[in-house]
Design a binder for this molecule. Structure first.
Ligand code: GRF
Length: 213
């Protein structure tokens, strides 16, 4: 399967938190549009705001625990999550996964199964400030510009091919809260735009790394 499809794409959004990016995707692809529909929201957190937003919008939700790596040295917890997720994804005939504030890392196996069909959003201009607290990292580095990136997911952390970026100026008076809020506004534009690019066949997963984590 490759994009464009000759029918609306079925999207699953994975989110661990409040779900504002989910909301921007839902607003960009309302019921009945030709390009995409969000069919499933998956979370590792039963009380994620994203799940409530999905329920309010009559979208199927599924949550399953996904322990942090340090509490899951055998990897069994991740394996169980991925098994559950894959079952739901197949059941709902999902074409594209959008990670939106999903705070867990998948196995190389899951990543390669979804290669070219899984996007992530990260609040920095990658390759700068990968990983946790990218807005804090930007402030500490003293950069004058940062932003957000939508990229394909590969085997690394925030390393996959970039679909698009939006830039935000860092102001002298910024702290982590104000900067994060300004970047978030751009995220809400960037994610739908990147999805449109991909689904219309204008973004391709060139150069995806095959290396295992
Ligand atoms: C966003 O800043 C996203 O870039 C990051 O986590 C945050 C999620 O926010 N990965 P929300 O849950 O979409 O509101």
């Amino acid at each position: 399967m490759s994009f464009p499809l000759n029918r609306p794409a079925n999207i699953a959004v994975f989110a661990s938190g409040r779900g504002s990016n989910l909301e921007s995707i839902l607003n960009a692809f309302p019921q009945g549009n030709d390009l995409a529909r969000v069919c499933l929201v998956m979370s590792d957190k039963p009380n994620a705001g994203a799940l409530q937003k999905a329920t309010d919008n009559k979208i199927a939700v599924h949550h399953f625990p996904f322990p942090a790596r340090k509490k899951d040295s055998s990897g069994k917890g991740r394996e169980a999550f991925e098994h559950q997720a894959q079952k739901q994804l197949e059941l709902m005939k999902i074409d594209l996964i959008c990670l939106a504030g999903f705070m867990r890392l998948f196995s190389a196996d899951f990543n390669s199964r979804w290669q070219g069909k899984m996007l992530n959003i990260h609040p920095s201009l990658l390759p700068d400030f990968k990983g946790l607290h990218p807005q804090r990292q930007a402030l500490q580095a003293g950069v004058t510009q940062t932003g957000c990136t939508v990229h394909f997911v590969d085997a690394g952390i925030d390393t996959g091919p970039i679909v698009l970026q939006r830039t935000v100026s860092v102001l002298a008076e910024d702290d982590e809260v104000t900067l994060s809020a300004r970047i978030l506004k751009e995220e809400h534009l960037a994610y739908p735009e990147a999805i449109k690019l991909l689904l219309s066949g204008k973004a391709r997963a060139k150069g995806l790394q095959e290396t295992a984590q």
